[in-house]
Design a protein around this ligand. Structure first.
Ligand code: KG4
Ligand code: ZN
Length: 347
C-alpha cells in the first residue's frame, strides 16, 4: 500500500486594496481557514479607499490576520509548504505590506515564495473547487479597480482581451452611490435599493466603444447619472435631497441595468471571438445578483450553451483563498519568486 501523499498547504496573503486577508488552503481547494479584516468603516466617510489610511490599517492588522489563519487552520509553520502573496495590481502602499510580510515569513521559515497577480486570483475564485472545466473559457473580472476580460486557457497565463479605459465597474457603482447619497461601498447599497426600482425608468447610455471592442468605459454613465440629478453640466440644483425613495430606486435600478447590459454584451462578444465553452465570473461586482442572473441567461441563450462558473459570493470580494488557491498551480509548476519581489501598481 502506498503512503497517502500529503496535500500542499499554502499560506496566502492579500493586501492589494482595503482588505487585509490571509488563508491556508490545502491542495488548491480545501480551505483550512480564511480571514478577512475589512477596512470599510475607515473609508466610508470618504466614499472611496484612501491609500494612506489603507496602508496604515494593513500594517496594524497583518500580523494578527496571519497568526489567526495559521492557528485556526490548526497547522504549524512546519506544515506550510509555501507563502503566496498578491503583489500586483493594486495600491503600492497597500501591496507593500503583504509583500513585506510574505518575504519576511519566506526568509524566516525558509519556505518558497510565490507571487500572485490579484486579477488572475479573482478568476481562480470562480473555479477553485472544480475538478475540470472545458476550455477555452472567457473570464470576466469586475472589481472596484478593474474590469477585464480574459482568454483563459490555463491558470498560469490568462490572456487579457480587453479592460476598462477609464473607471472600473465597481468604481462606477461606488461613485454613483456617492451621487445618490447611499452608503459606501456603493455596489451592495445600489443593489439593495435597486430592488425597489424600475430598471427601465431611465435609459442611461451604454458605452460600447465600437461593435468589436472588448474594452470598457464606465465614466460616461457615471456623468449621465450626475447630470440627471444635477442638471446638464451640473448647472441645475441638486435634486437628490428632494427625491423620494422611489425615484432614487429607479435611478439605481436603471444605472445597474445599463452596467450589467454592457458587461454581458462584451462577455458574449469575447466568448464568440475565442469560441469559449465556458464563462468564468469573479471580482467584487460579481456578487451582484442581477449580473449573475444576466450572465447565466446569456450563457444559456447562446447557440452553443456555455457553462458558467461564478465565484461564491463570499469569495467575490478580496480574500486570500483565491491567492493561496492559484499559488498551488504555480507551486506545482515550480514558479517561485525571490526576496527581490516588489509590489506593482499595474499588472
Ligand atoms: O474585488 P473587490 O473586493 O476589490 C477590488 O479588487 O477592487 O471589489 C470591490 C468592489 C467595490 O467597488 C464594490 O462596490 C463592488 O465591488 N461590489 C459590488 C457588490 N458588492 C461589491 N458591486 C455591485 N453589486 C454588489 N453586490
Ligand atoms: Zn479585487
Amino acid at each position: 500500500m502506498c503512503a497517502k501523499e500529503k496535500p500542499v498547504n499554502i499560506l496566502g496573503i492579500e493586501t492589494s486594496c482595503d482588505e487585509t486577508a490571509a488563508a491556508v488552503v490545502a491542495g488548491g481547494k480545501i480551505i483550512k481557514f480564511s480571514v478577512v479584516a475589512s477596512q470599510t468603516k475607515l473609508h466610508e466617510k470618504y466614499g472611496g479607499v484612501v491609500p494612506e489610511i489603507a496602508s496604515r490599517a494593513h500594517i496594524e492588522k497583518i500580523y494578527q490576520v496571519i497568526a489567526e489563519a495559521i492557528s485556526q487552520a490548526e497547522v504549524s509553520k512546519d506544515d506550510i509548504d509555501a507563502i503566496a502573496v498578491a503583489n500586483q495590481p493594486g495600491l503600492t502602499v497597500a501591496l507593500v505590506v503583504g509583500v513585506t510580510a510574505a518575504k519576511t515569513l519566506s526568509f524566516a521559515w525558509d519556505k518558497p515564495l510565490i507571487a500572485i497577480n490579484h486579477l488572475h486570483a479573482h478568476i481562480q475564485s470562480a473555479i477553485f473547487n472544480e475538478r475540470s472545466i472545458k476550455l477555452p473559457a472567457v473570464a470576466l473580472i469586475v472589481s472596484g479597480g478593474h474590469t477585464s476580460l480574459y482568454d483563459y486557457q490555463s491558470p498560469l497565463e490568462p490572456k487579457l482581451l480587453g479592460s476598462t479605459i477609464d473607471d472600473a465597474a465597481g468604481e462606477a457603482f461606488d461613485k454613483v452611490a456617492t451621487i445618490l447619497k447611499l452608503p459606501y461601498p456603493g455596489g451592495p447599497a445600489i443593489e439593495k435599493i435597486a430592488r425597489k426600482g424600475n430598471p427601465d425608468a431611465i435609459r442611461f447610455p451604454r458605452s460600447m466603444l465600437g461593435a468589436e471592442s472588448l474594452d470598457f468605459s464606465f465614466s460616461g454613465i457615471k456623468t449621465a447619472v450626475l447630470y440627471y440629478c444635477r442638471g446638464q453640466d451640473m448647472k441645475g440644483e441638486n435634486r437628490i435631497d428632494s427625491m423620494d425613495e422611489k425615484e432614487i430606486a429607479d435611478i439605481a435600478a436603471s444605472f445597474q441595468a445599463a452596467v450589467v447590459d454592457v458587461l454581458v454584451k462584451k462577455t458574449r462578444l469575447a466568448a464568440e471571438k475565442i469560441g469559449a465553452e465556458t464563462v468564468l465570473l469573479g471580482g467584487g461586482v460579481a456578487a451582484n445578483t442581477e449580473l449573475r442572473i444576466a450572465v447565466q441567461q446569456m450563457c444559456d441563450s447562446t447557440a452553443s450553451a456555455k457553462k458558467l462558473f461564478v465565484a461564491p459570493k463570499q469569495y467575490c470580494t478580496d480574500n486570500a483563498v483565491m491567492v493561496a488557491s492559484l499559488a498551488y498551480h504555480k507551486f506545482k509548476a515550480g514558479l517561485f519568486a525571490d526576496l527581490t519581489l516588489e509590489p506593482k501598481v499595474t499588472s
